[in-house]
Design a protein around this ligand. Structure first.
Ligand code: DX5
Ligand code: ZN
Length: 214
């Protein structure tokens, strides 16, 4: 089954409670929360206080994507805030294995992401403990960018790694995903679809989520 995890980076931040309700009504499986520190990526977004606030008003599982340089310093805040799954980046400054284990030991699902220029082989030493791999299909930092087609072979490569080593591990893609290009990503093996602008900018959110998830 495909899960759709719309990115609330494209939501109306003045009305997050109703935006979360709208996502749920329209059939989203998770809500993707993009956390940016202005250091790992050239943009800042929201932190754990917002994750905590939305976890109180919505029962959609929160898929928290930490685009931050030092996840070891902040991950406890996101664990306590009610995250369902926390993704860190392989390219961060922290001890990646230690942070992943810490997330897992706290009873939260752990995931690891790679940026477009990082090879899938960078995931190999972590794959056994991961609940999800996230292949970025744009350079992280901003919503509304164009899907990088050259990332499609990486999705297939990650699928092969997962099938060989940890078949229960989910495979998420994030960045520039639309109703028009999602089929190729799913054919390559992705089973969790993040989409921001193409969900919140759709004239009919329910139909967009349905297409992304089928
Ligand atoms: C990019 C973020 C994405 C982004 C997705 O840095 O990680 O989650 O918001 O937005 P769209 O779907 O608009 O590319
Ligand atoms: Zn994201």
């Amino acid at each position: 089954m495909i899960k759709v995890s719309p990115s609330i980076l494209s939501a109306d931040f003045a009305n997050l409670e109703s935006e979360m309700a709208r996502l749920k009504d329209c059939g989203a499986h998770w809500a993707h929360v993009d956390v940016m520190d202005g250091h790992f990526v050239p943009n800042m977004s929201i932190g754990a206080v917002v994750v905590k606030a939305i976890s109180k008003v919505s029962d959609l599982p929160l898929d928290v994507h930490l685009m931050i340089s030092d996840p070891d310093r902040y991950v406890d805040d996101f664990i306590k805030a009610g995250s369902h799954i926390i993704t860190i980046h392989e390219e961060c400054n922290s001890d990646v294995m230690a942070v992943l284990k810490h997330i897992k030991d706290a009873g939260v699902k752990c995931a690891l992401s790679i940026k477009p220029n990082t090879p899938v082989s960078a995931l190999e030493k972590y794959i056994d403990i991961l609940d999800m791999v996230l292949i970025m299909t744009v350079e992280p930092g901003f919503g509304g960018q164009k899907f990088i087609e050259a990332c499609l072979p990486k999705i297939a490569e990650a699928r092969a790694l997962i099938d060989a080593r940890n078949p229960d591990c989910l495979l998420e893609i994030d960045g520039g995903v639309t109703c028009d290009n999602v089929a190729a990503a799913k054919a390559a093996g992705a089973n969790v679809i993040v989409a921001g602008s193409s969900v919140f900018g759709a004239s009919d959110m329910r139909t967009a989520i349905e297409i992304l998830g089928k």
